[in-house]
Each structure stands twice: as structure tokens, then as C-alpha cells.
Ligand binder design. Structure first.
Ligand code: PMP
Ligand code: GLN
Length: 394
């Protein structure tokens, strides 16, 4: 491996990216593998999504063609997204002009920010912030303004948020449901943000990858169904969580035609296009009957309740999630006070891996008491994880 020395002491990485280091998800998964730990850190299922979807992709790849496709995505995929938005949210979308395929939500966010941000524009991020947003906003030369959600319920601090908006605000990113705090925004909260965006002529960028994992009597509200936001929103989502295929990176951005033009402009120079076979297979999956979606939710509800109860019995203070496939625990309830030290020790000592949450805040003092476990795992994996934690704590 090349070191700084080989390049005359220069750090090859651009200065702006240096503070971000290696993603916490990579760090914890590597640590989990090194210790043979049950990996409840990085959020990916340890099972693959439905075989019919994989068979569809295999058939499409064998049949071909396997060449470059239309940059914004194949029509079947974009039409399936439009049908889905009508079916779940009663939102009308023009698949021709308003949907763009991206390599996962990650590229969707990147293409959106690179397509709309001028140097020095301000972007508001709500903390705890999903790890991709700050580096991507930085690569887009944005100035980031952080606003922390408050208290154990992660409430929107309305006055602070209103004060964060100003003449330079170009956009706010809203991750709903929010990773890692598992908050689900209400229509009323989104309308409040919508009023601020309208007042300051700013865009709203919604990361809605966990849209189908919203628990109890809550309902997911897409930004595109909020009247104040409909024409100024970029809604980013992905098939990764809904169909348990995080490795495929089939995502998309939905936005009004002029806004989509900006996304498409940058997307064509980032990846140009995505595998048509995978788009075709996901177009098929998106049209699955309601029973698929209700079963997905009931399976995750069962796992959520199981892990919440088990961790609670072990003495952790548990925050039951409103959405996503993660949950947070407060480690001070077991006498620990440093989430990073806790998560670095856990794989070796307990044989389980989790995510420390302070890295999702600018001020690392916040979140020091919070650790995230994921429950997108087979029953036997969760069972073994719980058994190991019990043995370690017991
Ligand atoms: N946004 C959030 C909030 C996430 O948790 C993740 C990780 N699954 C992503 C985006 C990335 O999605 P994708 O794999 O489709 O790029
Ligand atoms: N979204 C996943 C998580 O929160 C991580 C995805 C990634 O590693 N890029 O665990």
C-alpha cells in the first residue's frame, strides 16, 4: 500500500474529505468479521430478498442486452415508480420527466446535491445525521448548518430550525424515517418545514429509503404529498431495504421536471446509467401485491419487539423505533459512558457488533450514551446475538 511518504509527504486525499475518515459502518463490520462477531452494526440483511426478483434479474442478464441504457433509467422502472407513488401515497408522477434511476439512494443524494448546490450555498442537516450527508454536501461545496433534534423523542426544535434558515439556504435534507434515531416525521412537522422552505425559497431533499418500515399506527408521509413541498422537493429512495437487496444499489430520485433536470445533469456524469437487468427486476418487484409489503412490515415489527424486549431485559434503556430496522439503547443504564469505546470493545468481549451514535453529531458529546443495533437479521442470528449479550452481561 502507498503511504504519504511515497508521495513526498503529501496527503493524497483532498483536505475537505480528510476529517471524515473511514465510514463507521465499514469500521464496525470489519471489526465484527475480525472477531467472528454477530454483526448487528451495518444495516444489511443477512438474507437475500425474494428469489423471484433474483430469477427475473438473472433471466434479464442472460437474455441481454447488457449495454448502456438510457441515462435516467429504463421506462419500465420509472413507470413502476410512478405506479407505486400513486398506489401508496396517491401522488401523480410523470415517469418520463420526474423519475431518475440512481445507483442507490447514495448516488441519488450525490447527484441531487451536485446538481443544485453552488459554492457557499447553505444546506441544513438535522442531527443525528446519516453519515453520507456531510461529506457529500462538502464535496458539493456547500456550507453545512446543523440543527439537532431534541430530547429522547428527537423533537424538531422549531425555533432553532427557523433561525437556521436564511438568504443563503439552498436546501434542507430530511431523512424520514430517520437513521439512526428512528424518528418518523408527522405531516404537521413536514408542513412546518415546508413553510420555511417556501418562505426562503429553499428545496427539501427527502431521503425516504425506510418508507415501508414505519411501525404501529404511524404512516409514512412523502414530501411529495405535502402541498408546501410538492414542487420544491427531491424525493430519494431505494429498493435496498424494501426488497432486502442492499448490494444491488437500485435507487431513484423523484422531483418536478425542472428539478429532475438538475439531477439528470449530474447523474449522467457520475455513473451515466445503471444495469438494465436489475432495473427490470425491481420494476417487477415494486408491483408486488400489498401482501408482500404488509408481511415485510409484520416480520420487522416482530423482530423489533423481540430485540427491544430482549435488550430491555438485559438492563439497557431501549428506545423503541418509530421506523427503520434499527433501534437505539442508552448504555449509561449499564454503567458505560462512551459509545465509541463500548462499540470497539463489544465484538471482542461479547461477540456482537453495534454502531456508536456520537459520530452522527458534530458535537461528539451528543450521542455518547447511544448505541444502535440493527434487527434486519435472520431469527437465528438475532437469537445468537441476544444469547451472547446475555452471557457477557450476565
Ligand atoms: N440513506 C439512509 C438513511 C440509509 O440508511 C442508507 C443505508 N441503507 C442509504 C441512504 C443508502 O441507500 P442505498 O444503499 O440505496 O444507496
Ligand atoms: N445504511 C446502512 C446503515 O445505516 C449503511 C450503508 C453503508 O454502509 N453505506 O447501517
Amino acid at each position: 500500500m502507498q503511504t504519504n511518504k511515497d508521495y513526498g509527504g503529501r496527503d493524497v486525499v483532498v483536505e475537505a474529505l480528510r476529517p471524515f475518515g473511514t465510514s463507521i459502518f465499514t469500521e464496525m463490520s470489519v471489526l465484527a468479521n475480525a472477531h467472528g462477531a454477530i454483526n448487528l452494526s451495518q444495516g444489511f440483511p443477512d438474507f437475500d430478498g425474494p428469489e423471484e426478483i433474483r430469477a427475473k434479474a438473472a433471466e434479464a442478464i442472460l437474455r441481454g442486452p447488457n449495454q448502456y441504457t438510457y441515462s435516467p433509467g429504463i421506462p419500465e422502472f420509472r413507470q413502476a415508480i410512478a405506479r407505486k407513488m400513486k398506489r401508496f401515497y396517491d401522488v401523480e408522477i410523470d415517469p418520463e420527466k420526474e423519475v431518475t434511476f440512481t445507483f442507490g439512494a447514495t448516488e441519488g443524494l450525490c447527484a441531487t446535491l451536485l446538481g443544485i448546490i453552488e459554492t457557499g450555498d447553505e444546506v441544513i442537516l438535522l442531527e443525528p445525521t446519516y453519515d453520507t450527508y456531510p461529506p457529500v454536501a462538502t464535496m458539493a461545496h456547500a456550507r453545512i448548518r446543523y440543527v439537532s433534534l431534541e430530547g429522547p423523542e428527537f423533537e424538531l426544535p422549531r425555533e432553532k430550525l427557523a433561525n437556521a434558515f436564511g438568504p443563503k439556504t439552498k436546501a434542507i435534507v430530511i431523512n424520514n424515517p430517520q437513521n439512526p434515531c428512528c424518528k418518523v416525521f408527522t405531516r404537521e412537522e413536514l408542513a412546518f418545514i415546508g413553510d420555511l422552505c417556501a418562505k426562503h425559497d429553499a428545496y427539501a431533499i427527502g431521503d425516504e429509503v425506510y418508507e415501508h418500515l414505519v411501525y404501529d399506527d404511524r404512516r409514512h408521509v412523502t414530501l411529495l404529498s405535502v402541498p408546501e413541498l410538492k414542487d420544491r422537493s427531491f424525493v430519494i429512495s431505494s429498493t435496498a431495504k424494501t426488497f432486502s437487496m442492499t448490494g444491488w444499489k437500485v435507487g431513484y430520485v423523484i422531483a418536478a421536471p425542472e428539478l429532475s433536470r438538475a439531477v439528470r445533469m449530474s447523474h449522467q456524469f457520475i455513473t451515466f446509467c445503471g444495469l438494465s437487468g436489475l432495473q427490470e427486476a425491481m420494476a417487477f418487484a415494486i408491483d408486488f401485491p400489498d401482501s408482500y409489503y404488509t408481511q415485510l412490515l409484520s416480520e420487522y415489527t416482530r423482530r423489533r419487539d423481540w430485540l427491544c424486549d430482549a435488550l430491555d431485559e438485559l438492563g439497557f434503556k431501549v428506545y423503541s423505533p418509530e421506523g427503520t430496522y434499527y433501534l437505539l439503547v442508552d448504555i449509561t443504564s449499564l454503567g458505560f459512558d462512551d459509545d465509541v469505546a463500548f462499540c470497539r470493545m463489544l465484538p471482542e468481549k461479547a461477540g456482537v457488533a453495534a454502531i456508536p451514535c456520537s459520530c452522527f453529531w458534530q458535537n461528539r458529546h451528543q450521542g455518547r450514551d447511544l448505541v444502535r443495533f440493527c434487527f434486519c437479521k435472520k431469527d437465528e442470528t438475532l437469537d445468537e446475538g441476544i444469547r451472547r449479550l446475555k452471557r457477557w452481561i450476565g
